[in-house]
Design a protein around this ligand. Structure first.
Ligand SMILES: Cc1ncc(C[n+]2csc(CCOP(=O)(O)OP(=O)(O)O)c2C)c(N)n1
Length: 645
C-alpha cells in the first residue's frame, strides 16, 4: 500500500455519506477514492479480520455501480455478501461503525436488510444472488415500476446449483435483469470445475475482447450515447450481429458483455451504462484481481480470502499464543489423511473449503482420495452417496451451516438408503464474528429426526479422532459436529479407540446434580461442577454425552431415578437439540425428573466480538449458568437453602 502521508488531500472517503457523494466526484478523483477505500479496508481487516481479498478486488466495480445506478431505488444483490464492505463504506456505514466491523455493535461482515436500506437482500451463503435478484426483477415487472436490479455474483457462484437453476429461468421471468459476473478465478481456493475453465477461456478469447471494443465504438459513434442505446440494441438484435451467439450465457438468453477490466473506471462506466439501457437480461463479465492493492493478498489469495487479524505491513497473521492446542480442523484433516493412507476406500469431499475444513491435509497427502466439488453441497452429498454404493467410505467435510443446503440429499439419498457416509461438521456452535448466516446452531435439530443417523460430538480433539475412526466403521451415516477453533490440548492417542455407539461417559460422579454436557460444553460443565461443589457443597456429577443419537437412555434413566436435578448443556438451539432429546427420553419413560436445559434461545444470534460476549448477551456466561442451576436447585430444595443459611 502507498504511504497515506503521500496521498493528495483533502481525503475523499471521510466525506462520503452516501451514493450521491460518490456521484458528485469528478472522474479524475476516483483513483484517489479507490486508494483511500483500500487503505481503510486493510486497516480495519488487519485489526478485526475479515474478507479482505474479495473486497480489495471489487473497489472500482462497487464505486462504478454506485455512480451508474441509484441505490437504494436501484437494487444491488451481492452473492455471499462477503464482498459488501466497499458498498457499506459508500452507503453511510463508514467511520466508527465500519471500524468495528465483525465486532459487537459494529458493521456485520455480510449484508442484512436490517442494517441498511441499501441492502435489499441479505446473504452469507453462496449462490443466492441470481435467484433472489430474479425474484425482485419479476416483482418489479409485476408492480409496473422501473428500478434496476443488479445481481453481483462471483465466478464461484456459478459452481452452485441454485445459480444455474436461476439462470435457467431468467428469460422466462423478466426482460430486464443485470448480472455482474465478478470473475477473479478464485473461490476461497482456486475455483474448480468446467464452468471455471470455460470462463478462463472466454476471458482470454479475442472474440470476446472484441465485444468490449464494440461498446467503446458505440459510445464514440453516438455522442448522445446511452439515450440511443435501447434503439441500437433493438436494431442490432434484429440484425442478429451485435452479440456473438456463442457464449454459455447467451444460450440461456442473456446478452453477454465483456470481459471488462474491473479496475478501469471508464470501461466499467461504459459497460454498466450500456447494460443499464439494454432491454434484455444482460451479463457483464468483469475481470478483477482478488487482493488488489495488498501484495500479501495477491500472493496468497486463499489465506486472504477471509483473513484473521494480520500485520498490514507484512501480511503476517497474528500468531496464536505459544502452547495453543491445535485447531480441530487440522486434527480432523491430519487424522483423515492418516486413515486414508491406510485405506484407499476413504474419500474426502469438500464443497470449496479445503483449508477451512482441514481437508487441505488430505489434498496434499493423498490427492487421489480428495475431491473439491465447488460450492455444491447438494452434489457433494449425492456424490458421496454414489461412492458409498460401491464400497467407498466417503467423508463429507461440510460446515454445519452449509450442510443445511444439502438436507434433502442427507435424508433422501444417504439416510434412506442407509449408506455409510461420514459427515464432519466443523463450525458447529458459534461463528462469532460472522454471525447468524454462519453459526452452526441447528444441526442437531435437523439431524435428530433422521432415521439411521448416528449423531455425535466429541469433548476434545482426541475424541474427535476416535469418533472419526468409529464413524468409518458404521453401517450407515455418521454425523460428527465440532466447533471452530482450538482443542483442549489433550494428547492424541496413536491408535484411535472405537467408541461404543450410544454410550455416554461418566466423568465425575454426583448425587445432587448431574450435568449431561455435549462436546465443548463438557469443559464448562466440569468447571461448573467444581464450583458448585466447592462454593455450595453440592455433589455434582458430569457426563460427557458423546452421542445425541442414539442417546444413552439406560444411563440417563438410572441418573433420573436417583439424582434430583439433571442439567443439559449444549452449544445449539434448545428447540430440537440435545436437551430436547433428554426430556423426550425421560417423558417417554414416564420419568418425572427435573431438567434444567442450557442452550441457545429461539432467536437468530447476531455477530459479536467473540463467543464470550455473545454468551453473556444471552445469559449463557459461566456465571449466568451457575446462577441458574443454583436457583433451580434451591427452588427444588427450599429447606436445604435455609439450612445452608
Ligand atoms: C453454501 C456456501 N458454501 C460455502 C460457502 C463459503 N464461501 C464463502 S465465499 C466462498 C467463495 C466465493 O467465491 P466467489 O463467489 O468467486 O467470490 P470471491 O470471493 O472470489 O469474490 C465460499 C466457498 C458459503 N458462503 N456458502
Amino acid at each position: 500500500m502507498n504511504d497515506s502521508a503521500s496521498l493528495p488531500s483533502p481525503r475523499l472517503l471521510a466525506a462520503i455519506r452516501g451514493p450521491a457523494d460518490v456521484k458528485a466526484l469528478a472522474p479524475e478523483q476516483l483513483p484517489q477514492l479507490a486508494q483511500e477505500i483500500r487503505e481503510e479496508l486493510v486497516a480495519v481487516t488487519a485489526k478485526n479480520g475479515g474478507h479482505i481479498g474479495p473486497n480489495l478486488g471489487v473497489v472500482e466495480l462497487t464505486v462504478a455501480l454506485h455512480r451508474v445506478f441509484d441505490s437504494p431505488e436501484d437494487q444491488f444483490v451481492f452473492d455471499v455478501a462477503h464482498q459488501g464492505y466497499v458498498h457499506k463504506l459508500l452507503t453511510g456505514r463508514g467511520g466508527d461503525f465500519f471500524r468495528k466491523l465483525r465486532q459487537s455493535g459494529g458493521a456485520s461482515g455480510f449484508l442484512y436488510r436490517s442494517e441498511s436500506a441499501h441492502d435489499p437482500f441479505g446473504a452469507g451463503h453462496a449462490g443466492t444472488a441470481l435467484s433472489a435478484a430474479l425474484g425482485m426483477a419479476t416483482a418489479r415487472d409485476l408492480n409496473g415500476t422501473d428500478e434496476h436490479v443488479v445481481a453481483v455474483c462471483g465466478d464461484a457462484a456459478f459452481t452452485c446449483g441454485v445459480t444455474l437453476e436461476a439462470l435457467n429461468n431468467v428469460v422466462s421471468s423478466t426482460k430486464r435483469l443485470i448480472v455482474i459476473l465478478n470473475d477473479n478465478e478464485w473461490s476461497i481456493a482456486k475455483n474448480v470445475g468446467a464452468i471455471s475453465s470455460y470462463l478462463n477461456r472466454i476471458s482470454t478469447s479475442r472474440t470476446y475482447n472484441k465485444l468490449h471494443h464494440d461498446v467503446e465504438a458505440f459510445f464514440k459513434s453516438f455522442p448522445a450515447g446511452v439515450e440511443m442505446n435501447r434503439v441500437y440494441t433493438k436494431w442490432k438484435r434484429e440484425t442478429k450481429d451485435f452479440f456473438v451467439e456463442s457464449s454459455l450465457f447467451e444460450k440461456f438468453g442473456l446478452r453477454y458483455l465483456g470481459p471488462v477490466d474491473g479496475h478501469d473506471f471508464d470501461a466499467l462506466r461504459k459497460n454498466l451504462e450500456f447494460a443499464k439501457h439494454c432491454d434484455v437480461p444482460v451479463l457483464v463479465h468483469v475481470l478483477t484481481k482478488k487482493g488488489k492493492g495488498l501484495e500479501a493478498a495477491i500472493a496468497h489469495p486463499e489465506k486472504f480470502h477471509g483473513a484473521s487479524p494480520f500485520d498490514p505491513e507484512t501480511g503476517e497473521s497474528k500468531k496464536a499464543a505459544p502452547g495453543t492446542p491445535p485447531n480441530l480442523q487440522d486434527v480432523f484433516g491430519q487424522a483423515l489423511t492418516r486413515f486414508a493412507r491406510a485405506n484407499p476406500k476413504i474419500i474426502g469431499i469438500t464443497g470449496a473449503m479445503p483449508s477451512g475444513t482441514g481437508l487441505s491435509h488430505l489434498a496434499a497427502g493423498v490427492p487421489k482420495q480428495f475431491f473439491d466439488v465447488g460450492i455444491a453441497e447438494e452434489h457433494a452429498v449425492l456424490f458421496a452417496a454414489g461412492l458409498a454404493t460401491k464400497g467407498f467410505r466417503p467423508v463429507c467435510a461440510i460446515y454445519s451451516t452449509f450442510l443445511q443446503r444439502a438436507y434433502d440429499q442427507v435424508i433422501h439419498d444417504v439416510a434412506l438408503q442407509n449408506l455409510p457416509v461420514t459427515f464432519c461438521m466443523d463450525r458447529a456452535g458459534l461463528s462469532p464474528n460472522d454471525g447468524p448466516t454462519h453459526h452452526g446452531l441447528f444441526d442437531l435439530a435437523y439431524l435428530r429426526c433422521v432415521p439411521n443417523a448416528t449423531v455425535m460430538q466429541p469433548k476434545d480433539e482426541d475424541e474427535l479422532v476416535d469418533m472419526l475412526h468409529t464413524s468409518l466403521q458404521l453401517p450407515g451415516p455418521g454425523f460428527i459436529r465440532y466447533p471452530r477453533g482450538a482443542g483442549t490440548g489433550v494428547p492424541i492417542k496413536e491408535q484411535p479407540a472405537t467408541l461404543a455407539v450410544g454410550h455416554a461417559e461418566v466423568l465425575r460422579e454426583g448425587s445432587n446434580i448431574m450435568i449431561w454436557a455435549l462436546g465443548a460444553m463438557v469443559q464448562d460443565a466440569l468447571k461448573l461442577a467444581e464450583r458448585l461443589s466447592t462454593e455450595e457443597h453440592l455433589s455434582v456429577g458430569v457426563v460427557n454425552a458423546r452421542f445425541v443419537k442414539p442417546l444413552d437412555r439406560a444411563l440417563l434413566l438410572s441418573h433420573a431415578a436417583c439424582i434430583p436435578l439433571l442439567v443439559t448443556m449444549e452449544d445449539h438451539v434448545l428447540a430440537g437439540g440435545f436437551g430436547s432429546a433428554v426430556i423426550e427420553a425421560l417423558q417417554d419413560a414416564e420419568c418425572p425428573a427435573a431438567v434444567e436445559r442450557v442452550g441457545w434461545p429461539d432467536k437468530f444470534v447476531e455477530h459479536g466480538s467473540n463467543v464470550e460476549t455473545l454468551r453473556a448477551a444471552y445469559g449463557l456466561s459461566p456465571d449466568d449458568i451457575h446462577r441458574r442451576v443454583l436457583a433451580r436447585w434451591r427452588n427444588l430444595h427450599p429447606q436445604q437453602v435455609s439450612a445452608d443459611v
